[in-house]
Design a protein around this ligand. Structure first.
Ligand code: NCD
Ligand code: ZN
Ligand code: ZN
Length: 335
């Protein structure tokens, strides 16, 4: 089967040595990706976005992948600043303070009036807002509790495109239907696993991420919209590499690394559910419409041939490391 211009609408490429070690896995099979800004310190000025994009392109070493850049949301962004940076970015990412990896400088309180200047300006300038939607409540309830904040923002800024990132619950799926301006990304791991896979047996640190995988009925709701390629959902891997020692540790870092196997796993999953004809929309066309982007031409051919996932990719352990998956990448062509 062939995929046209696969897009990853939520990706962590990190910086420094990690960037050098992992960027090529995404650039190999994807046409482009939305690059998350949660570096230390976060990407929050025009110069930082431009410099980070250059480092990414250098680490990749070719032009056959487009990094779509983002800024780390701050309520202090004003219209003049946003106008000046508009052409360098595809979106702005909002993190609740302290809720996930490197989000300490994020937002707390979610007071609409405090957020109004920045969010109105983004709405006027057609800059989408990507959100990590979790409260600091009980871990299994954080995303469902955040839905009321999504709804408050969606109503207060009806022209602002709000993307609910890496959704994991049936409540978020339901919110998609209620507000015209709410969209979502879904990861491959949240389509495959539940909390049982993370903590039901021996603890699996390489499946630990934020938001944590939820209940079977939540996964079912995600599968429903992904497999029909609901026009408001897109693939976003949230591939979030951490060094092996930071995952296999007392105090395991949150994040699942899936970039090198994401397309193969999606093909296997969509085939299993007789939905291979919907994968193109989920992996690219929906995102093109939502973000109004034209991706770089790239065709990825997958074949149903077992692939043994390596134990490590340059010091990073991916999902299903050492296991066999059903699909392999056969060929990649450009133009
Ligand atoms: C991400 C990371 O490591 O940067 N971790 C994660 O568990 N998903 C941050 C994020 O996307 O929330
Ligand atoms: Zn997140
Ligand atoms: Zn993420």
């Amino acid at each position: 089967m062939q995929l046209n211009a696969p897009l990853d609408m939520h990706l962590h490429l990190r910086d420094g040595e990690m960037l050098e070690n992992i960027a090529k896995s995404s650039a190999h099979t994807f046409s482009g990706a939305i690059i998350m800004p949660n570096l230390v310190p976060p990407v929050s000025t025009k110069d930082e976005v431009i410099a980070y994009k250059k480092r990414i392109i250098k680490a990749i070493g070719h032009e056959k992948f487009t990094p779509y850049m983002t800024l780390f949301f701050k309520p202090s962004y004003d219209k003049a600043f946003l106008e000046s940076v508009r052409d360098e970015i595809m979106a702005i990412k909002l993190y609740p303070a302290g809720i996930t990896t490197n989000s300490e400088g994020g937002v707390s309180g979610f007071d609409v009036e405090e957020l109004r200047p920045a969010l109105s300006a983004m709405s006027d300038l057609n800059i989408p807002l990507c959100v990590h939607g979790e409260t600091n409540g009980f871990v299994m309830d954080r995303e469902a509790e955040f839905v009321s904040i999504y709804e408050k923002l969606a109503s207060a800024f009806p022209k602002l495109k709000i993307i609910m990132e890496h959704i994991t619950t049936k409540e978020s799926v339901a919110a998609l239907e209620k507000h015209k301006n709410l969209y979502a990304t879904i990861t491959i791991h949240h389509l495959l696993i539940t909390l049982d896979d993370v903590a039901g047996g021996m603890l699996q640190p390489h499946l630990f991420c934020k938001p944590i995988a939820k209940r079977p009925e939540d996964r079912e709701a995600l599968l429903q919209v992904a497999l029909q390629a609901h026009p408001k959902v897109m693939f976003g891997s949230d591939s979030a590499p951490h060094p092996k020692h930071a995952k296999e540790a007392c105090g395991c870092a949150a994040g699942v690394f899936t970039a090198p196997i994401a397309l193969q796993l999606l093909a296997e999953l969509f085939e299993k559910h007789n939905a291979l004809d919907k994968l193109q929309a989920f992996i690219s066309t929906n995102a093109q419409h939502i973000y109004k982007l034209t991706p770089l031409a790239k065709k990825v051919t997958l074949e149903k041939k077992p692939f043994k996932v390596p134990a490590e990719y340059n010091g990073v352990v991916s999902m299903y490391a050492g296991e066999e998956i059903a699909y392999s990448i056969k060929e990649i062509t450009y133009g």
